[in-house]
Every structure is written in C-alpha cells, then in structure tokens.
Design a protein around this ligand. Structure first.
Ligand code: ADP
Ligand code: MG
Length: 349
C-alpha cells in the first residue's frame, strides 16, 4: 500500500546509508544557541548553560505504536517528535534539541523517508528545537523510530510528579478522549477497507478526532503561561496513557489521593457523539483513552487566581489524603473508585 502513494520508489540502496543521512539532514539548520554541532560529526555538541538539562526518549514500533495502513508518514514524523516534547514540557522545561534514530526495512523508499523527515522538520520549526543527530540502520521488517528530546530549565522551575499535596487543585489543559476515538475510527475504516477494498473510507466528518490521534500537539502554551504569571504547579504529567492512569502516577509518587468531578472533565462534542455511536461511554473514553498529550497538573490553592486567565485550562478535581484513594464524583451524585485498569460505568451502578 505504501508504494502506491508515491509516484516514484527510489530504493534507499541507491543513496547508501551516508547518502541517505545527508539527504534527510541537509535542510535542517540549527536555531538554538546551545546547539554547537549538529549532524555530521561523531557526536553532536551542546553548550552547557547554567541550569538543568532534561532528557526524555520514546521509541515507536510499526505494528505496535503505529499502523502504516492509516498513518501518513509526515504525521508519524511530526507525532514522534511531539510525544517527546510533551514529556519535556511536563517537567516545566523548554525543549531545545532532538536526536532521531530510525530502523527501516527495504519496503521504505527514499520518498517515504523524505516524507517522514518533512513531518520531523515541521515539528522542529513549530516548537523551535534543533535536530542534532541520530542513527540510521536497516530492519528486517517494518520501521522503528526512536526520538530523544533534550530541554533546559532553571532547576528551581522543574516540576516533578511527586509534589502534590492535599488541598491542591487538579487541572488539565484540554479535552480528553478524542485521540482514542480517532484511533477507533481508523481501526474501523481499516477493517472495512480490508473486507471491501473498493469502499472509500469515511474520514472527512471525523477531522477533529483524527487530527487528535494522528497529529497531536504538545502543550507549549501552558509552560509559557506559568512563566508569564510566575507560578509553578506542585506536580505535573502529560496525559499519554489516560487521565486515570496518569493521575495515579501523581498520586502514587506524591503519596496523596484525589477526586475528579465527572461533570468537569472536558469532552469535545465530537468525542461525545462518536463514543455513543461506538456504544462507548464518553466519560470512560476521557478517563482511560490515551494519547491526548494534554498536561495534567496540580496547583496550590493560593495560585487559583493566577490560572484564571490561562487560555485553555479546566479545573477537574482536587488532591486529597492518600487514605481517601482515587475517586470519581459522578454527575448523579455518586462516588466511585477510579482504577487505572479501567472503570466500568455500568458495572458499578
Ligand atoms: P557513526 O558511524 O559515527 O555512528 P553515523 O554514520 O551513524 O555515524 O552518523 C553520521 C552523522 O549523521 C552523525 O552526526 C549522526 O548523528 C547523524 N545521523 C545519522 N542518522 C541520522 C538520522 N536518522 N537523523 C539525523 N541525524 C542522523
Ligand atoms: Mg551511527
């Protein structure tokens, strides 16, 4: 399927490993003053600054983390970068450099890799990070992409998962569950395509959900806002596994409990409608669907005034004592235990 979308298929062997590396790195220029040496030498060089360096790595494996049937390579490159930058922002740090390592099978042409790198370049430009190196190798089957992101912060600004305390307010930067439903739509259309190859996929009317799945963004605006109003969350994490599971990480590491108010969890109308059409409960999708890449953070009560004018923020609950556990206060006035494994709206009622 990959071959058909490219006019030409240039075997990567015509360029060779070094030719391919030159080809994919030639249009990247260094913007960060700390990037002293980019691709092309034995190692990249970063100027030390007075502060802390934050490092995060993520690996994406074809067939596990992405499916080539419905993932445009440009989006894949963009997303591979964004999910790493999201981890840097979740530390309240500013991302500055990335390295990208790829393993590719012979089914990938030079055109395909070029498209992947167009997405990587777009993310680099948008988030102002430099590509400073990586590795290129072959794989017997499929593609593997590993991105390492580096960032900078004043050590005093760093926000960990372990600083939340009872009384803190729980906030999230955007709506949840959309990326999960985007994936459900893509999986459904894939099955239809596999059984009826002539049928056109129904994707146009699902643009918002598909974009949330295929081309997520990292929450740079939140970190810039914290800096502007001179405040710092007590704990923070990016929502990659799902709200319940990621809140659980904060609670475990901070040794606290928490409650979420069902009615306050932001859910996009498209998420709501599509969940219902899939016979899924929208709040279950918001609590357990992953890959939203919003930031979940706790703030001291006294900072409530400071987040008032944050462009995108939703107050969804509160941090409690560890003994209180993790709870969901439903709109119907009930209290349920919230588990990372999954919470069943119907079973507990
Ligand atoms: P070495 O043999 O020393 O590992 P390589 O030939 O693997 O060197 O890489 C040469 C240069 O190109 C290095 O600076 C490396 O960081 C960079 N590079 C290799 N692959 C990639 C890639 N996929 N993306 C970006 N830079 C890369
Ligand atoms: Mg190498």
């Amino acid at each position: 399927m990959e071959k058909s979308i490219y006019q030409t298929h240039t075997d990567v062997n015509t360029l060779g490993e070094f030719g391919l590396i030159d080809h994919i790195t030639k249009d990247f220029s260094l913007q960060q003053r700390t990037s002293l040496k980019g691709p092309g030498d034995d190692a990249a060089v970063i100027q030390n600054v007075s502060g802390a360096t934050v490092v995060s790595t993520d690996m994406l494996v074809e067939g596990i983390h992405f499916d080539m049937m419905y993932t445009p390579l440009k989006h894949l490159g963009y997303k591979a970068v964004v999910v790493n930058l999201s981890d840097i922002y979740a530390m309240n740090a500013t991302p500055t450099q990335i390295t990208v390592s790829i393993a590719i099978s012979s089914k990938y042409s030079v055109e395909a890799i070029t498209e992947l790198y167009e997405g990587i370049a777009q993310a680099c430009r948008f988030y102002n990070v430099d590509l400073i190196g990586g590795d290129t190798t072959s794989s017997p089957k499929g593609m593997i992409i590993s991105v390492t992101a580096l960032g900078q912060a004043d050590p005093a600004d760093l926000v960990y998962r372990n600083g939340a305390k009872p009384g803190d307010i729980l906030c999230v930067t955007g709506d949840l569950g959309a990326a999960y439903l985007g994936l459900q739509i893509l999986e459904r259309e894939k099955q239809i395509y596999l059984s009826h190859p002539g049928v056109q996929p129904e994707l146009e009317q699902n643009q918002y959900l598909l974009e949330r799945q295929l081309k997520p963004e990292a929450q740079r605006g939140a970190i810039e806002y914290f800096r502007k109003v001179k405040m710092k969350p007590t704990a923070m994490i990016d929502v990659s596994d799902g709200l319940a599971s990621d809140l659980m990480h904060i609670c475990k590491q901070s040794n606290v409990g928490a409650f979420i108010e069902e009615g306050k969890v932001p859910i996009h109308p498209d998420t709501e409608n599509t969940a219902i059409s899939f016979h899924l409960d929208p709040i279950t999708c918001a609590l357990h669907g992953g890959e939203d890449y919003e930031l979940l953070f706790a703030i001291d009560e006294s900072d409530l005034e400071k987040i008032r004018f944050m462009p995108e923020v939703f107050i969804i609950g509160e941090i409690t004592e560890a003994a209180d556990g993790l709870k969901l206060h439903t709109t119907g006035g009930n209290i349920h235990n919230l588990t990372a494994q999954g919470w069943n709206h119907f079973k507990e009622k």
